[in-house]
Every structure is written in C-alpha cells, then in structure tokens.
Design a binder for this molecule. Structure first.
Ligand SMILES: [Zn+2]
Length: 190
C-alpha cells in the first residue's frame, strides 16, 4: 500500500522544496507535471510500433534515467535541508538513500526496496511495487515481458548519482507478467 506521510508533505511545503503557485508545481525548483502512468505506457507502445521493442525500451529508459541523473544535482545541492525533512525516516540506515526513496515514493514512483548490494555497489538488486506494472495489469492484462522501462531508468540514474560510474540495468522480473508480486531490477557496474 502506498502511504504518503502528511508530516513529510507539510515539511516539503514549509521548506519550499515543493511549491504550488498559479497552476505550476515545482519540486526542488524544477517544474513538474503530474501525468498518468498510463501515458508513459501509451508512449512506450507507440514507440514499439514504430521502432520495435528494444529501441522503444531504450528511449523510454533513457528518459527515466535523465529524470534522476539531472535531478540528483538539485537534490545534492539541498542535501542538508533535505536531511532535516528526512531525519525521522530511517529504513535503510543511509539518509541519502532514504531521501531518494522517499522522494520517489512522494512522486508516485513506487516503494523501492533494496534487496542486495554486492561489492560496495558493483551489483545492486532493487524491487518495487511499480505504478507502471500495476497500471498495465489493470488496463491491458498480463504482459509478455517487462514494461517498467521508465522506472528502470529512474532507478539507474539514482544508482549512478549515488555510487558514481555507469550501470547496466535489467528488469529481472516484472509484476505486469503476473509471474511476480513486485518488479525486480538488477544494476551491474559497467
Ligand atoms: Zn515491472
């Protein structure tokens, strides 16, 4: 179940990390738009028809990766401020990872769990109750393969910002196929 703590939301607004003004919404000074997860799925499907599954997956994945690779810069700049917002939240024991997890939860991108971190970040296994797989199942039924290319990119951008270097990202199991409850992702340093 996705639960957003009111405490975090009010702190976001109080510190102006999140701003609502004249029909615009910004998070860490970046203009945001709330779009349905299904729009990403539609875009993905249109690209698949034109370019094939692999190329479509790459384009959508790169867009997700762009979101966090560029977003992390803002996030790190205001790290101290964010620490005050997330001081009471500690699941992973690492405040910066915790901030990232909460920020993605706040944006509706699922509750990401760290399953395994091997050799100081050489290989990382994450899982998530992906909004993309949930929406896929609801609107399209079971998929033949992974559908969470955007989220895979978002997570990869976070891993690259946090651990440095480049990662190869794979979705090992996608909930949209009906074969697993959560989506499971693997990140291996290039
Ligand atoms: Zn998935």
């Amino acid at each position: 179940m996705f639960v957003l703590s009111y405490d975090i939301l009010s702190k976001f607004i109080a510190t102006k990390i999140l701003r609502f003004e004249n029909g615009s919404l910004s998070l860490l000074d970046r203009n945001m738009v709330i779009i349905p997860a299904e729009v990403i799925l539609k875009l993905q499907e249109d690209l698949e028809k034109k370019l094939g599954n692999e190329e479509a997956a790459n384009i959508v994945y790169n867009a997700g990766r762009f979101e966090t690779v560029t977003g992390s810069v803002r996030y790190l700049k205001r790290r101290d401020e964010l620490k005050t917002v997330f001081s009471s939240v500690s699941k992973t024991g690492d405040p910066s990872i915790e901030m990232g997890r909460e920020m993605l939860k706040f944006m509706g991108k699922g509750d990401i769990q760290i399953r395994e971190v091997l050799n100081k970040g050489e290989k990382i296994i994450l899982s998530s109750n992906s909004p993309f797989s949930a929406e896929y199942l609801k609107t399209r039924g079971k998929s033949n393969g992974p559908v969470c290319h955007y989220l895979r990119g978002v997570m990869c951008g976070v891993m690259e910002a946090y651990y440095g270097g480049k990662y190869r990202a794979r979705e090992l199991s996608c909930a949209a196929t009906g074969l697993s409850k959560d989506c499971i992702f693997e990140f291996v340093r290039d």
